[in-house]
Design a protein around this ligand. Structure first.
Ligand SMILES: [Zn+2]
Ligand SMILES: [Zn+2]
Length: 375
């Protein structure tokens, strides 16, 4: 089948929206008609070659939702017509990490994802001249259709508009998992969120739902701080000066119990560290370019401070995504509110440019407007 898709031919060059060929789903795969896709900061890192070489040519896009069009012979959990969100780690459920419950670290998913293939190590995508194309993070959803591993198709309730659902599978599951699975924030614990973009705002929402207080939002951009307030931040601090950490420490008493870094920069990782109290912990959610290092004052390990990483919510995303959809339907989680632009697939480069400039929060690409639930 020939479809339109956004292709990265070379890092640091604009994507080209063009016709590509897509092969039918194999036994344990699903063909999905893509309704909507979110544009995430990781797309910029990938497109700018910051995650390493050899990541092109590739059909981009890793956050989205759509409707099942066809399923392979071994697939039983979804049928054509079902609404699904995409999960970028389609855990095999048999490897040693999956057996230990660390589904986000699934060994084959971790091996094939960065290679740009599906779970059997091959691609279903090619240019019309036969050149194979990589699948971005097993998802490749900046496209009219995509073939994904069966476990990457997570069934969602039809009542949830697909343009809202499109945000669940990367930004939202990453943010909520950092709060619930990694930091395990409890009510009345204090927290600071450094970076209030698409993911950071959902970290704020997850903290509000966890009952954290106070919740201090930190960003350079006053407009993003207002969005953070609307999502439950009790205090906001405009960053960019030498006093940022001291102001957060003052607002939280002796420093926050928890800090979340949602930028992916060594300075903001250090800032998150400086905002926590003795015995507090910082979680790095932001994705830094390959090769970047971070430095910390080593003497402070003596005060029992901790810092740790997280990946994709560090839990069972396939199980967490439907729970988050239920929260959204219950009115607890505002998905549409973080969307600052809705664009066509053709406007993908403008959306990436806005992220490079820090303008706006989330762009949703409405690949099939009526299917996405947009007028
Ligand atoms: Zn993402
Ligand atoms: Zn596994």
């Amino acid at each position: 089948m020939r479809i339109r898709a956004a292709v990265l031919h070379e890092p640091r060059r604009p994507l080209v929206v063009e016709e590509v060929d897509i092969a039918p789903p194999r036994e344990d795969e699903v063909l999905v008609r893509v309704a909507a896709a979110g544009v995430c900061h990781s797309d910029v890192r990938l497109a700018d070659g910051e995650l390493g070489e050899g990541r092109s040519p590739m059909v981009m896009g890793h956050e989205g939702a759509g409707v099942v069009e066809a399923v392979g012979s071994a697939v039983s959990h979804v049928v054509p017509g079902d609404h699904v969100g995409f999960c970028i780690v389609p855990a095999c459920r048999t490897c040693e990490e999956c057996a230990a419950g660390r589904f986000h670290l699934c060994v084959p998913a971790g091996e094939y994802g960065p290679r740009g293939t599906l779970m059997d190590g091959t691609s279903r995508l090619s240019l019309p001249d036969g050149t194979p194309l990589q699948h971005a993070l097993m998802t490749a959803c900046f496209a009219e259709f995509t073939v994904i591993a069966a476990a990457g198709a997570v069934p969602l309730p039809r009542e949830l508009p697909l343009w809202h659902a499109s945000l669940l599978g990367c930004g939202v599951v990453t943010a909520f998992g950092a709060v619930r699975n990694v930091a395990q924030v409890r009510s009345d614990e204090s927290a600071v969120v450094v970076g209030c973009g698409g993911v950071g705002l959902q970290v704020v929402a997850a903290l509000r739902i966890a009952g954290a207080a106070p919740i201090v939002a930190v960003d350079l951009d006053p407009a993003k701080l207002e969005l953070a307030r609307a999502r439950g931040a009790t205090d906001v601090v405009e960053s960019g000066s030498a006093t940022t950490a001291a102001r957060v420490v003052k607002l939280t008493g002796r420093g926050a119990d928890h800090a979340f870094e949602v930028v992916g920069h060594p300075d903001t990782m250090r800032l998150a560290w400086d905002c926590i109290r003795p015995g507090g912990s910082a979680v790095v959610v932001g994705l830094a370019p390959r090769g970047v290092e971070v430095s910390l004052p080593a003497i402070e390990f003596l005060s029992d401070k901790g810092i740790r990483g997280s990946y994709y919510g560090s839990g069972d995303a396939g199980a967490d995504i439907p729970r988050l959809a239920a929260l959204a339907l219950a009115g607890e989680l505002d998905l549409g509110g973080v969307v600052t632009s809705v664009d066509s697939l053709e406007a993908v480069n403008e959306a990436l440019d806005r992220l490079r400039e820090g303008a706006g929060v989330r762009t949703v690409l409405a690949i099939d407007r009526p299917l996405a639930g947009l007028a």
